[in-house]
Design a binder for this molecule. Structure first.
Ligand code: CP3
Length: 351
């Protein structure tokens, strides 16, 4: 059995006592780090960086080395699955992701392949295995995927959206078409996460970034159903240990009870959710992850420290808190401020 030397993150996911509160940051590897920008330039475009095992491994380890985070997250993207489904994914600078072949009809959905993670997505489990080796058991590595609903928003809208008008029209007028798409995505995400676990991922997170744009009823019908199906379809063991599943629905603060019922081990909270209220909603069923406002990293280090103290207090003394931001690190923050955040969590939470 190879437990990582620092297993604080995994212990907190299992709601076991820890010496201090473990912390990692969503988007901890990214453009705010000068060392990331250098590697990214070498790789050319973003997807080539994801597909290059050696470079993806290097950037995955950058925040472990610089910040001393308690977990690494695989450097990749949630849009690897739509890319493998042949949606014509491009990243346009200033605009974000664009799909040249959006999915708009029953026929479009029917034509989509369910990608084999041993084949066109092989570079992802390969990167996980390479990261495990490079980490040499320092900290665990988290694998991840997008939720079916969140992936579908990009595939149906053809990129990012403000109104979600096209996919919501589909949800209201042609729900069967949308369900067929979500079903294919759920099968694909399940296979994809199982392949990451088989390659050595010690935890997995599902990013339901756009679940919060739905009504409560629509959330249950179009997102929660598929999250539950995925959690049930995962083979959650690695090295003889349970592999925790983290669900993060941004804007899902009112639905934590439902999310806890999926069988997930940990729920991610965005910064608009009150931690004490979240604890009340979930009882002792799951651990919680979060949830500082990502904009705190624009403030002075002393101010960051105060917010860290307030957040640690709000989650309370019971085990089962993984410190994080309530969403990803923004590209224009000062890395020294992320370092200050890490140091504050580690020192202020030590018991
Ligand atoms: O967290 C990490 O450090 C691991 C890597 C990671 C990336 N994307 C790298 C990335 C993870 C976990 C993601 C998840 C992801 N990707 C999500 C869910 C989390 C969230 O932020 O809500 C979403 C919605 C995406 C889709 C995506 N990928 C968008 C909208 C963009 C464009 C953003 C932009 O600013 O251009 C990406 C690209 C992307 N993914 C970058 C990084 C570091 C920036 C690429 C670059 O230009 O170098």
């Amino acid at each position: 059995m190879t437990r990582p030397d620092n297993d604080t993150f995994l212990r907190a996911c299992r709601r076991e006592p820890t010496d201090y509160t473990p912390v990692w940051l969503m988007r901890q590897a990214g453009r705010y780090l000068p060392e990331y920008r250098r590697v990214r330039e070498k790789a050319g475009d973003f997807m080539s960086l994801c597909r290059n095992t050696e470079l993806a491994t290097e950037v995955t380890l950058q925040p472990v080395d610089r910040l001393g985070v308690d977990a690494a997250i695989l450097f990749s993207d949630i849009l690897t699955i739509p890319a493998a489904m042949d949606c014509g994914l491009r990243f346009v600078s200033g605009e974000g992701p664009v799909m040249d072949k959006p999915v708009r009809s029953e026929a479009d959905v029917g034509a989509l392949p369910v990608p084999d993670p041993g084949d066109e997505l092989r570079y992802v489990p390969d990167a996980v295995a390479s990261v495990r080796k490079a980490l040499n058991n320092r900290v665990p590595v988290i694998g991840f995927a997008g939720s079916p609903w969140t992936l579908a928003t990009y595939m149906v809208e053809g990129g990012s959206s403000k109104t979600y008008g096209i996919i919501k029209r589909m949800a209201y007028d042609e729900p069967a078409v949308l369900h067929r798409l979500l079903d294919k995505l759920a099968r694909s995400v399940t296979d994809y996460l199982n392949a990451q676990i088989a390659a050595g991922a010690q935890a997995v997170q599902i990013f339901d970034t756009w679940g919060g744009v739905l009504t409560p009823e629509a959330f249950r019908e179009f997102s929660l159903t598929y999250l539950r199906r995925i959690v049930n379809g995962l083979t959650l063991v690695n090295d003889g240990e349970r592999v925790p599943v983290i669900l993060f629905t941004k804007g899902g603060g009112a639905w934590l009870g439902d999310l806890a019922d999926t069988g997930a081990d940990v729920l991610g909270l965005d910064w608009q959710t009150d931690p004490a209220e979240a604890r009340r909603q979930v009882g002792g069923r799951v651990a919680l992850q979060g949830n500082l406002d990502p904009a705190i990293l624009y403030a002075r280090p002393e101010r960051i420290e105060r917010e860290v103290a307030r957040t640690l207090d709000a989650f309370g003394p019971e085990p089962g808190h993984v410190f994080n931001l309530g969403h990803g690190v923004n590209p224009d923050v000062d890395p020294a401020h992320a370092e200050a955040l890490l140091a504050a969590v580690h020192s202020l939470s030590r018991r």
